[in-house]
Design a protein around this ligand. Structure first.
Ligand code: PLP
Length: 384
């Protein structure tokens, strides 16, 4: 099945009732027909039929052999770091979600795992940082919030040459536009809270691997059933419903985003626009070669920090809120929201500053989004 069809139909099969949508199985435990016999479902922490249908659907969309549906994107990233042991070394994109940095530095760093941040757009630099202890190369592309594009195929080669796993956080594009597993990545993680959900009403995450029978899949399965970070059945059902419209939502968001990115550059208050869909973005051609769309996320800088901060109170349609990927447009101030706990050194290296705003473009009429941004920036400039 191709995109759109796979999103609508997923792995659904009809039960005896012929129900078009998956039932919600709320049972925490399951009856055994006899000693050492199982229906395939024993206990809800290990497997649940509604969650299983969601996992099979996400594995299908990612081009993977196995996926796990978890309680948040951070739960997925936690499982990735839990694959490491004391003495291991992990390379990460230096422009990356602040929560990932916090988990690495504040939690896993204390267990003797070393995390090193590097510009993953520079393949030779990543190669030079590889050590025999390097266990993971963890990338975000496009990255949050500076929209840097990393060459996924090149970094897969670098990681594999050093016996490391290439992990891609695919949150910003979703499997509709980018399938790192199909390019050869070992693990994909995703905040399902964003585009896969699309309605800002479920917190959820996914981890997926290429080969469902591999040692890696077995290790993740062991972590999932031992640590219990799974998604609840009702949330799994909401996610199944959301994913049916992933393609139409994100295609519309990308269409709106391209128009807004082009238009933003004409505003007197705006000094820089970061959107890979713009032909002059340094990652434009690369992203075209490894994905089928540019997504709905735009970051931009305005003339002064005061304009960036004051415009937030003037928004009427767009919500000043963190998160992304929903049908409603959201404007975020990364320095004090999503990236508040980033070490100052990383902030300095990536160019994230107090003039940066991040727009998650929704599916509204593009003229309404532009009108709202224009009036909020104008009002802020008058006040500043
Ligand atoms: C790129 C990226 N990865 C992971 C996460 C974490 O996901 P969640 O909030 O679902 O835990 C986020 C959250 O904003 C994100 O932007």
């Amino acid at each position: 099945m191709k995109d759109f069809s796979a999103e609508v139909h997923g792995c659904h099969t009809y039960d005896a009732t012929g129900a078009i949508t998956a039932p919600i199985y709320l049972s925490a435990t399951f009856h055994h027909p006899a000693f050492r016999r199982s229906t395939g479902y024993d206990y809800g922490r290990v497997a649940n039929p509604t969650r299983r249908e969601l996992e099979q659907t996400v594995a299908l969309l990612e081009g993977g052999g196995r996926a796990w549906a978890l309680s948040s994107g951070m739960a997925a990233i936690n499982l990735v770091f839990a694959l490491c042991a004391a003495g291991d070394h992990v390379l990460l994109s230096e422009d990356i979600y602040g929560g990932t940095v916090r988990l690495a530095n504040e939690i896993y760093g204390r267990y003797g795992i070393e995390f090193e941040y590097v510009d993953t757009c520079d393949t030779a630099l990543v190669q030079s940082k590889m050590r025999k202890e390097t266990k993971l190369v963890f990338i975000e592309t496009p990255s949050n919030p500076m929209m840097f594009v990393t060459d996924i195929r090149a970094l897969i080669d670098v990681a594999h040459a050093g016996n490391a796993l290439l992990v891609a956080d695919n949150t910003f594009l979703s499997p509709h536009f980018q399938k790192p597993l199909a390019l050869g990545a070992d693990i994909v993680v995703e905040s399902g809270t964003k585009y896969l959900c699309g309605h800002n009403d479920v917190i959820c995450g996914f981890i997926a691997v290429k080969d469902g029978g591999s040692d890696l899949a077995e290790r993740i399965e062991l972590l999932v059933k031992s640590e219990g970070p799974n998604l609840a059945a009702t949330d799994a059902w909401l996610m199944l419903r959301s994913i049916k419209t992933l393609g139409v939502r994100i295609e519309r968001q990308a269409q709106n985003a391209l128009a807004i990115a082009q238009w933003l550059g004409t505003l007197p208050e705006v000094t820089e626009v970061f959107y890979p869909g713009l032909p002059d973005h340094p990652g434009h051609d690369l992203q075209k070669s490894q994905s089928t769309g540019f997504g709905g996320m735009i970051s931009f800088k305005v003339r002064t920090p005061e304009i960036a901060q004051k415009c937030l109170a003037h928004l009427r349609l767009i919500a000043f809120a963190e998160s992304l990927g929903g049908v409603e447009s959201l404007l975020t101030y990364p320095l004090v929201q999503t990236h508040a706990e980033m070490p100052a050194e990383l902030i300095r290296r990536t160019g994230l500053d107090d003039r940066l705003l991040r727009l998650s473009v929704g599916i509204e009429n593009v003229a309404d989004i532009e009108e709202d941004l224009a009036q909020a920036l104008r009002a802020a400039a008058r006040e500043a």
